[in-house]
Every structure is written in C-alpha cells, then in structure tokens.
Design a protein around this ligand. Structure first.
Ligand SMILES: Cc1ncc(C[n+]2csc(CCOP(=O)(O)OP(=O)(O)O)c2C)c(N)n1
Length: 322
C-alpha cells in the first residue's frame, strides 16, 4: 500500500469519526423524544461517503438519499446547521422546515438528501449535463442503496448518461438491506456493479468498509468521469449497522448478525488498524480526533437547542423559488 500524507489521513479519519459521533448523538436524542420527524443513520458506512468525497472538488455535485447525514458531512456541510435542522430550528439548513431528509447546501455542491428512493439519479444527471454544456469539468455523484438500484429511474438514468457521455459517478452503497428486505430476495445479481455492462460503462465492486479501497477506487472512477469518458458505476460493499430508521424494531434480522458485522468489520476500526499498524498515526492522535468530534457534536446540540423556532408568520415561506 502506498504511503499517505499525514494531513490527509487526519482529515479522512476526522470526517469519519465526526459522522459516527453525529449519528450516535442523533440516535440518542431522537430516542429521548427531543427531535421531530424521521431519521436514518449512516453508522457503519462512513468509509463510503468519505472515501468518495475526498476525491471531489468543492464545486463537484453530490446527490444524496434518505440516509444523507454522512454524505453531507463528507462533502463539507456545516454540522451546526445540520443539527439545527433536525431540531426544526430557524438556524437550520432549511430554516427548520425540511428535517433530516431535505438537507442541501448548494455552496458545496450538495444538491440534497431525498426522501424519495431513487429520485436522485436524474437530479445528478441534470447537474452533470449542465457541467458538460458549460465545460466546467465538474462531475456529479449519485449516491444510492442496493434497494434503489432496482428502481426504473436507475436504469433510465444510466442509459441516458451513457448515451450522452455525461460526467456522472453512480455510487451504490450496498449495505445488504433495503428497509426490511435482504437484497438477494429483490435483486437479480450478486454484484450490482455488473449492471454497468448493460449501459456500456465501467463497473467495479470494492470493500466499502475499507477506506483505502474506497478512496483508490473512487480516485480511478472520478478521473474517468472527469476525463469526459462518460458515467461509471462504483459499488461499495458495506453493512447497515443500525435499524432502517431510528426506532426500527428490526424484526427481520438477528442481533447476532449485526454484532458480527460491527465487531469484525467496523470501518473506523479498520482504518485505525491500518494507520497504527503502519505507524502513520498513533492511537493518541486518533483518540484526540474522536474527542474533538464528540465535543463538536455537543456544541452543535447546545446551539441548536438554544436557537429559536421559525416564526409562525413564516409558515408559508420557502416553498417555491421567488
Ligand atoms: C419511491 C419510494 N419507495 C419506497 C420508499 C420507502 N423506503 C424508504 S427507504 C427504503 C429502502 C431503501 O433501501 P436502499 O435503497 O437499499 O437504501 P438503504 O436504506 O439501505 O440505505 C424504502 C423502501 C420511498 N421512500 N420512496
């Protein structure tokens, strides 16, 4: 394995542990009844979002899913505005009116989470078409789950992006479960990456719990897409550690299955094992990042709690563009 720059390793782990700390806290406060709405956690999938986004420019676009907090943080979103949004406060990304599944930040190319499964592909494709027409060499990444890969929108989008040679990177986070269904009961292929062949684009499957595998595969894919050769399908094999949503009774799988994945294949622990094994970073340096992440999340919670709710008079504002 090639050697990585220390600043890069600290940034990558810092982002992954911040996502973990954010999601762990969100679960706690949601279960305590402090948050309105509905939320889905990204715990166990941190290496996917961070490994991909570490290869992107700030002006590249990403289109996210219902499980979008990790994508937001990986692309550089403001954690305080994210937390305030979950609390429904005026200081949130959507002035508290959108919640978890509508967070977007156009200033960093984050085009939005999306509560509609499989609705992001065509938004990413539109952004990619604009980039191509404007010759900006920006690319658009569409994140989606294994369940979403069975929607017609996936196939329509792949076909059109291929025909028009659009700079779209399709990133499937294959976390083995789509809500209550195990993926092989609904999905025709073992590796979703093989579907790329039907649309004459490259497809590759890698271990999504290995940050370095994701980072290197995404680097190659991003170079291909940015080079104007057309779309690329990257499949990241991972596992959804938490319930489908916070509060999911999870009757469809055993605790043992989840525990086995988490103890043997936690992306943060995998990263730690590599960087300490190679003596690139010390345990103390990594622990410090864990502590910083927790403190940052705590600060975000305190500020969100203290912030005001939007005024009643604003109820009908922000639905449509002026
Ligand atoms: C069009 C549509 N159909 C169904 C749902 C309900 N739903 C929300 S998430 C989900 C499962 C998605 O699974 P997957 O794409 O694998 O993503 P994951 O939740 O595993 O990250 C379903 C069926 C929805 N939100 N939108």
């Amino acid at each position: 394995m090639k050697k990585y720059d220390k600043a890069f390793l600290l940034e990558a782990y810092g982002k992954m542990t911040t996502i973990r700390a954010y999601e762990t806290k969100v679960e706690e406060i949601f279960l305590a009844g402090e948050l309105p709405g509905f939320t889905h956690l990204y715990i166990g999938e941190e290496a996917c979002g961070v490994g991909v986004c570490e290869n992107l420019r700030t002006d590249d676009y990403i289109e996210s899913t219902h499980r979008g907090h990790g994508h937001c943080l990986a692309k550089g979103a403001d954690i305080k505005k994210m937390m305030a949004e979950l609390y429904g406060k005026e200081t949130g990304y959507c002035r508290g009116k959108g919640g978890s599944m509508h967070i977007a930040d156009f200033s960093i190319g984050m085009l939005g989470a999306n509560g509609v499964v499989g609705a992001g592909y065509n938004l990413a494709m539109g952004a990619a078409l604009a980039a191509k027409l404007k010759r900006t060499e920006q690319i658009a990444v569409a994140f989606f789950g294994d369940g979403a890969s069975n929607r017609g929108t996936f196939h329509e989008s792949c076909n059109m992006a291929s025909v028009w040679k659009l700079p779209v990177l399709y990133v499937c986070e294959m976390n083995r479960w789509a809500s209550t269904t195990p993926y092989r009961t609904t999905t025709s292929v073992e590796d979703i990456a093989v579907r790329a062949a039907a649309y004459d684009m490259p497809g590759k499957s890698v271990d999504g719990n290995d940050f370095f595998a994701v980072y290197e595969a995404a680097k190659e894919a991003v170079a291909y897409v940015r080079g104007g050769k057309g779309p690329y399908l990257l499949e990241l094999k991972t596992y959804r550690i938490k319930g489908h949503f916070v509060g999911d009774p999870e009757k469809y799988r055993t605790r043992e299955e989840v525990q086995e994945h988490f103890t043997k294949d936690d992306p943060l622990q995998n990263f730690r094992a590599v960087v300490t094994g190679k003596k690139w970073l010390t345990e103390a340096e990594l622990d410090e990042l864990d502590q910083k992440a927790k403190a940052l999340v705590e600060e975000a919670v305190q500020e969100a709690m203290a912030a005001p709710y939007p005024a009643e008079s604003e109820l009908m504002e922000n639905y449509y563009c002026e």
